[in-house]
Design a protein around this ligand. Structure first.
Ligand SMILES: Nc1nc2c(ncn2[C@@H]2O[C@H](COP(=O)(O)OP(=O)(O)OP(=O)(O)O)[C@@H](O)[C@H]2O)c(=O)[nH]1
Ligand SMILES: [Mg+2]
Length: 353
């Protein structure tokens, strides 16, 4: 790959070059200082212009989450294909741009198609599609921060549909879902009695439910279970006063035949229009920004404090001496000194940021 210098990435990014986009993401993924500076410059470059453009294009971030193997990647592939290739999804001949970020480098679906740091979807590639896969190594804070950056880069690049596919179940999934405008929860028949999303704690935030693999037996049972849970959720929301007139659809899909995919896309655009109509999209974005700051601060403080603690001679000495009782006056005063010292170090570091 041609080496891009900083200036090139900036200009090429503005010109819509996918390789500049890829370079910037790689830099930011590594928390490279230059990459972050570039991102800041892009933020100022785009600010007002980009906000206006995003609003007129109704840019949206979609999260797809659900149990392993439920067909998330297959759905993303189908959706991207439909958005880009199907004339009926093009207003006034405009072909929307789609960007995907996925966490499944080991998935059989995308596996084997790894090209450098990019993974293409096995079935579908297009100039209007950008696909990026991410490893699942590193701390939760670091990873969610990384996702937040990549989403922001996608927004700045001007993609219309930004899709995040999460892995299995867990904390990262919830963190990621909090960063999206529309959350799609996938379920499949035959996984057992319990709806998987309840276990993961994401049922409450699903905007659209999908029952994929509708070619398999047991679809109606899953439908009834989701429907029942949604009614409970609705009742709770009524009591709690959070009334949202969005009625959560449950869509049956089949990724082998493509059945239901158009209906899913229609629900996605309906939810997008709903968010824009009520100006909820901006409230979402503010909430996302808040989460991003909190996640940044947590990650920053944790990393620095833990490193400074482990490095501190007085602290190590306390451990050596076995001062376990840091509630007692003796332990407390030496521990207090350690904390004061590392706080000073940290504030020096912040000044240099
Ligand atoms: N029968 C049937 N198989 C499907 C359908 N959709 C996807 N599959 C298959 O299910 C398997 C898993 O699909 P993926 O799209 O990789 O599922 P995923 O949720 O992305 O999986 P992970 O990312 O590993 O969690 C693949 O072999 C797909 O071909 C469907 O509608 N019907
Ligand atoms: Mg997948």
């Amino acid at each position: 790959m041609k080496a891009y210098d900083k200036m090139d990435i900036f200009n090429e990014f503005i010109n819509g070059n996918h390789r500049a986009l890829a370079r910037l993401i790689t830099l930011v993924e590594n928390f490279d200082r230059e990459g972050l500076e570039l991102l800041s410059r892009l933020e100022s470059h785009f600010s007002e212009k980009q906000k206006a453009a995003a609003a007129s294009k109704k840019q949206i971030i979609i999260g797809i989450t659900g149990p392993p193997g439920s067909g998330k990647s297959s759905l993303v592939d189908r959706l991207a294909r439909s958005i880009i290739c199907d004339d009926k999804n093009h207003a006034e001949g405009y072909v929307p741009k789609v960007a995907v970020i996925a966490f499944d480098p080991s998935s059989p679906f995308t596996g084997g198609a790894i090209l450098g740091d990019r993974v293409r979807m096995a079935n579908f590639t297009s100039d209007n599609l950008y696909f990026r896969s991410m490893g699942t190594r590193g701390s939760l804070g670091g990873m969610s921060r990384c996702v937040a950056y990549v989403l922001r880069i996608y927004e700045l690049f001007g993609f219309d549909f930004i899709i995040v596919e999460t892995v299995g179940v867990g904390q990262l999934e919830i963190e990621v879902v909090k960063m999206t405008d529309t959350t799609i929860v996938t379920e499949v028949p035959g996984l057992g009695d319990e709806i998987q999303a309840i276990k993961a704690g994401i049922f409450e935030i699903g905007d659209i439910f999908v029952i994929n693999k509708n070619d398999r037996p047991g679809v109606e049972k899953v439908f009834c279970e989701i429907n029942y849970m949604l009614n409970l959720r609705h009742d709770r929301n009524l009591q709690g006063g959070i009334i949202d007139e969005w009625s959560v659809p449950i869509i049956r899909t089949n990724c082998i035949s493509g059945e239901g995919v158009q209906e899913l896309l229609a629900s996605i655009t309906a939810h997008r229009d709903h968010l824009y109509k009520e100006n909820k999209i901006y409230a979402n974005r503010k909430a996302r920004l808040l989460e991003q700051y909190i996640s940044f601060v947590k990650d920053f403080l944790e990393r620095n404090i833990v490193a400074a603690l482990k490095d501190d001679d007085d602290f190590r000495n306390m451990i050596e001496l076995g001062i376990s009782d840091f509630y007692s006056a003796g332990g407390r005063s030496s521990f207090k000194r350690v904390l004061e010292k590392i706080t000073d170090e940290l504030s020096e570091k912040i000044k240099r940021m």
